[in-house]
Design a protein around this ligand. Structure first.
Ligand SMILES: C[S@@+](CC[C@H](N)C(=O)[O-])C[C@H]1O[C@@H](n2cnc3c(N)ncnc32)[C@H](O)[C@@H]1O
Length: 200
């Protein structure tokens, strides 16, 4: 990550209240890895298209989850899993007044028990970056959207990571069940955004 996400909020105003509270909690805990505002705005927009359920791996202190909650309609459930119990408890406390949101202290694979999702955000487990990749056919509803954060914009093909083909990104770009774009969000940040193909 080129700029740590929590620090990126220093000069940003006009945040949804829940996002501002989550950023404060992350800052107090010394947690630098919150999603950046550019990514958060993307999540807020995409959350508005979810009909029933949104999932997230890697809650952290709940910044991305707060963007999702700010964009999601009143009846939409949000399930986020975080393997660090202290982070999960802190994030759960932030959303105690929002009946749509559940934060579970668990490995990301716990998401399988609560899907399928109209929108799935992989930010802590399941991204295929040096670990297992989530199976979109198990986790996404048909037409559901997948987001994998925190890549660097590529200026050639194949995309490179440390001078080698970026296998995690290629996994998503070539996935037969998905239609995928690598979406630049800032000069130093891009996200994978994919839609599960109907019938796929
Ligand atoms: C980049 S941070 C998440 C930031 C958060 N989504 C946000 O927007 O503020 C990654 C988080 O994923 C958690 N994590 C890493 N591996 C995990 C796993 N296998 N299952 C659940 N959580 C995991 C880490 O403890 C860390 O809190």
């Amino acid at each position: 990550m080129a700029m740590t996400g929590t620090d990126a909020y220093r000069a940003v105003g006009g945040l949804p209240d829940g996002v501002a509270r989550a950023v404060t909690a992350a800052r107090r805990a010394g947690f630098p890895y919150s999603c950046r505002p550019e990514q958060g705005r993307l999540l807020q927009v995409l959350a508005g298209g979810a009909r029933l359920r949104i999932g997230e791996s890697g809650t952290g202190y709940g910044v991305g989850l707060a963007w999702l909650a700010a964009g999601a309609a009143p009846g939409v459930e949000l399930v986020s899993v975080e393997r660090d119990p202290a982070r999960a408890a802190a994030a759960a406390a932030l959303f105690a007044d929002d009946p749509r949101v559940r934060v579970l202290a668990a490995d990301w694979t716990e998401l399988h028990a609560h899907g399928p999702y109209d929108l799935l955000v992989l930010d802590g487990g399941g991204q295929g970056k040096g670990g297992g990749a989530a199976d979109p056919e198990r986790l996404l509803a048909p037409g559901g959207v997948l987001v994998v954060d925190d890549f660097t914009p590529a200026d050639g093909w194949p995309p490179l990571f440390d001078g080698q083909p970026d296998e995690a990104r290629l996994h998503w770009l070539r996935h037969p069940a998905l239609r995928t774009v690598d979406l630049p969000l800032a000069a130093d940040l891009s996200s994978i955004v994919a839609v599960r193909r109907h019938g796929g």
